[in-house]
Design a protein around this ligand. Sequence first.
Ligand SMILES: Cc1cc2nc3c(=O)[nH]c(=O)nc-3n(C[C@H](O)[C@H](O)[C@H](O)COP(=O)(O)O)c2cc1C
Ligand code: SF4
Ligand code: FES
Length: 654
Amino acid sequence: MTTAVREYQALLGALPRERASLLSGLHLLQHHDGYISIEGMRALADRIRVPAVEVHAAATTYSELRFAPAPTGLRRVCTGLACRINGADALLREERATGAPVEEVACLFNCGMAPVLEAGEPPAMIGHAGVAARPPHPAAGVPPVPATSNGSGRRTALLVGGGSCGRAVGAGTVLAALRDAAGGTALDVIETGCDGACWAQPLVRLRPANGTPVVLALNATAEDAAGLAAAGAAYAEQASAGPASAHGAWCTGQERRVLARCGTIDPASLAEYRAAGGYAAWERVRRVLSPEAVQQLVAESGLLGRGGAYFPVARKWETALASPGEVYLVVNLEEGEPGVYKDRHLCEGDPHAVLEGTLIAAHALQAPRVFIYINGQADLAAQRITQAIAAAGDAGLLPAGLQVEVLRGAGGYVCGEESVILNSIEGQRAVPRLRPPFPAESGLWGQPTVINNAETLANLPLIVRHGSGWFRGVGADQAPGTKLLCLSGAVSRPGLVEVPFGTPLRPIIEEVAGAVAGRTVALVTGGPSGGLIPERLLDQQLRPGMLDEGGAILGAGGMTLLDESLSPLEAVRHLTAYNAAESCGKCTPCREGTARTEALLALAATRPLQADERQQLAALNETIRLASLCGLGQAAPNPVTSLLRHWPEAGGGV
Ligand SMILES: Cc1cc2nc3c(=O)[nH]c(=O)nc-3n(C[C@H](O)[C@H](O)[C@H](O)COP(=O)(O)O)c2cc1C
Ligand code: SF4
Ligand code: FES
C-alpha cells in the first residue's frame, strides 16, 4: 500500500460506509489535494463500498469539482450578465494580458459587487474589480435624541456589514481598523451580514445599548475608522434615529420582514437573535401548537414557495403527510442560478431565522431528519448556519431525536432542482429524476420528502408569531407576503430588497435600485430560465410565474437591468449559451436543442437570419419547451421567446 493510499484512507476514515457519503468524500478529497485524483476516487469507492466507476460517473456531474490540479495563481473572472454589463469583458482582457492563468465563471453569486474576480490562496472575491474604488461617503452625524430601551442589556456596538459582498470590498480591513480604533473604549465592534444594501458596503452602523441602530457610514474605509469610533463613543447612549440618507430612502421603498434583522444583529450570536424576537415562534410551536395546528396556520397564510415554482407550501406538506412513510425535510440552499444571491444573504445575516423556520416545518411534518443542502461555494453561509445549529443544540432548542445535517453541493445550475438534490444526497449522479412520483410522494430513499427553499422557511416564524392575517396584510390575493429580489446590472444601488407581491416593477427598478433614466433597455428576470421585459412594459406588478407574455418569469427573484452596453440579442445568446452548457444531457431536446439555438443566435449576431432559419429557431424553442424532462430545459426557451416577441428586428428579423 502506497503512502498516498494510506493518507486517503485516514482522510476518509470517519465517513459512514454508505453511498450517501459520496459527495462529502469528494469534498474531502478536493480540499486535501486541490483536486480529485483517480487514487482518491478509488479510496473513496472502497470506503463507501460503491464501484469506482460509479464514484467517477457521479463526481463528473458536478461542475465545481476539479480532476486535475488548478494552475498556480489562478484567477477566476465572472462573466455573468451583471458582471458583463459592469465591465467584465474588459476585465477579462486585462487579466489575460497579464499572462496569469485565468478562468471564466458564469456567476460568483455576488452580482451586487460586479464585476467580480476571485483570486488568491485561499481564493477570495474582489468586488468592483478593475474599477476605480468609489469615494467613501463621510460619516454622517447622528442627532443626539433620547433613547428607547430594547431590553437586551447589550453594550453599544459598531456593526460592520460583512457578508460576502462587504468582504469583497474590504469589510475585513474596516473591521480590523475599527477594532483598533475602539480599543480601550466601551464600544463593541461586530461583523454582521449585509442588510441587502450591497451598493453601500462596507456599511457601518451604530447600535446603542438601549436604542435602534443607525447608519453611520456607507462605503466605509479603514481611514474612516478613527472618526467612526469617536462618533460612536460620543453618541453611544443617545442615538435612536439616523440622518436622512440614500440608505434611508432605499429602506423606505421596501417592506422589510424577512430581512428585518439582517445587518443589525451578530449572526453568530444566539443571544442577539433571541433579544430581537428570535425563537419566540418556535417556543410557542413547541409548547402549544400541534403539527396539525401549524399546518392549518400555514394553509391559512397562503404561503407560496419562494424557490421559483411558487407551489403552495401547505399543499406540498399535505401530499407528503398523506404518503406512506416518515417524511424527510430538505432545505434548498443550493442557489446556483446566476444573478440570485438571496438565500446566501439570508444565511449570512440571519442564519437562526432559516433554522427556526426549518424547525417549525420539521415539527409540522413530524420529520425525524432534516438535510440542509448548501451551495459548495457559499462558504460563509454554510459556516453561519452550521454555527447556528450548534448554538441552538447547546441551548436545547433542537428536539431530541431530530437529526439536522448540513450538506454541501458542488456546482451546476441543475443541482438546485429538487430531484437532483435528492440524487445528490443519496450519492447518485446529479441528474433529475423522472416524475411522477413527485418527491413529496417518494423522495429520499423512497420516503416522502418535502423540499422547501430557505426564503420560504424564513417566513414561517413570522407567520407563527404574527398570525396568518398579518402575513396576508401585504402582497396580492393569490400571492400574499413579500418577496426578496436580487437587483443587479445597470443600476446604481444593486443588492437585495424585499417588497410585497403586487408592487409595480418600475419604482423598484428606478427608485429603489436606482436605474439611470433613459438608459434602461430591458429587465432580465428569472435569470437563464426567464426572459427580457422591454423598458416600455415595466409598469406591471410583481407576481409569481409569468410577468409578461413574452416569457419573462419571476423565478427565484433575480433581476438584472440591461442598458445599451449589451443588446437584447447578445443577452439572450448569453443566457442560451449558459443553458446549453448547464444541460445535464439526459434528454435530447434540451441537450441538442439549446446548443443548436445558441448557434442560430450566434449567426443572427453576424447577419440577418433567413426565413427557414427563423422558422427553425421558433420550432426548436417549442420542442425544447414541450419535450424536456426538467425545469431547466422546459424554461430554457423563455429568453428566446422574449427576443422573438419584443425584438423581432434583432439579427435582421429574428
Ligand atoms: C434548474 C433548476 C434550478 C433550481 N434551483 C433552485 C435553487 O437553487 N433553490 C431553490 O430553492 N429552488 C430551486 N429550484 C426549484 C426547486 O426545484 C424546488 O421547486 C424548490 O426548491 C421548492 O421549494 P419551494 O416550494 O419552497 O419554492 C430549481 C429548479 C430548477 C428547474
Ligand atoms: S431538461 Fe436538460 S437539464 Fe433537465 S434533465 Fe433534460 S437534459 Fe437534463
Ligand atoms: S457575480 Fe458576476 S454575474 Fe453574478
